[in-house]
Design a protein around this ligand. Structure first.
Ligand code: SAH
Length: 190
């Protein structure tokens, strides 16, 4: 896992997703080396870079051109630009252009989560995984509902990370905001 400090940042762009959360997302997405991954709302490229290290190909989508610029810089820094397609635009429009994939990651949706999941599901290969990260209560509820409507049983995990600040007089734990990770697998065709 790449440490948070290694990422180039832009003050106007959220991310990168914290290292410990990236670990869990990689685990739940079960990304394999032959996989094609779509990262909706790539932000700083925290997850995109980790996917690109593991998968065959990544499509990184963001409606904010600054996000794509900083994601590109981070991919370049890690030598992973060649594996990644940067797509500027709204998730719903971008999904029309992208070929079928094995992993759908949604890290930003601005009120369109349900439609993104439903549209993305059509292009998700059987056995493929969906992962949603959410910091808002409303997003968690929407994700669970949309996945249930697709006939899936979502797994919901909430993670609260605290990092120790080591000082002379002891180590003080500093809490980060909790993140919920909602995931599901599309059934395989037998
Ligand atoms: N996972 C990222 C951080 C994601 S921040 C990282 O590790 O760096 C969420 C991003 O989602 C923002 O950059 C925002 O512009 C984008 N976003 C939100 N709604 C979107 C939508 N409907 N379509 C495309 N991008 C969207």
């Amino acid at each position: 896992m790449i440490s948070d400090d290694e990422f180039i940042k832009d003050p106007e762009v959220p991310g990168p997703t914290k290292e410990e959360i990236r670990c869990i997302v990689m685990c739940k997405s079960n990304v394999l080396k032959g996989d094609v991954v779509v990262d909706i709302g790539c932000g700083t490229g925290g997850l995109t870079v980790e996917f690109a290290r593991r998968a065959k190909e990544v499509y990184s989508v963001d409606k904010n051109p600054d996000a794509l610029e900083v994601t590109q810089k981070n991919l370049k820094k890690q030598g992973l630009l060649i594996k990644t397609n940067l797509v500027e635009g709204d998730a719903l429009e971008a999904l029309d252009e992208i070929p079928d994939f094995n992993v759908l990651m949604v890290g930003g949706s601005s009120g369109e989560l349900s439609s993104i999941l439903k549209k993305g599901y059509k292009k998700l290969k059987s056995g493929g995984r969906i992962v949603v990260t959410s910091i808002l209560l409303e997003t968690r509820v929407e994700a669970v509902k949309a996945l249930q409507e697709l006939g899936l049983t979502p797994e919901v995990v909430e993670v609260s990370i605290s990092r120790g600040r080591v000082m002379k007089r002891g180590t003080m734990m500093i809490a980060k905001n909790p993140v919920t990770i909602i995931s599901a697998t599309k059934p395989s065709k037998d």
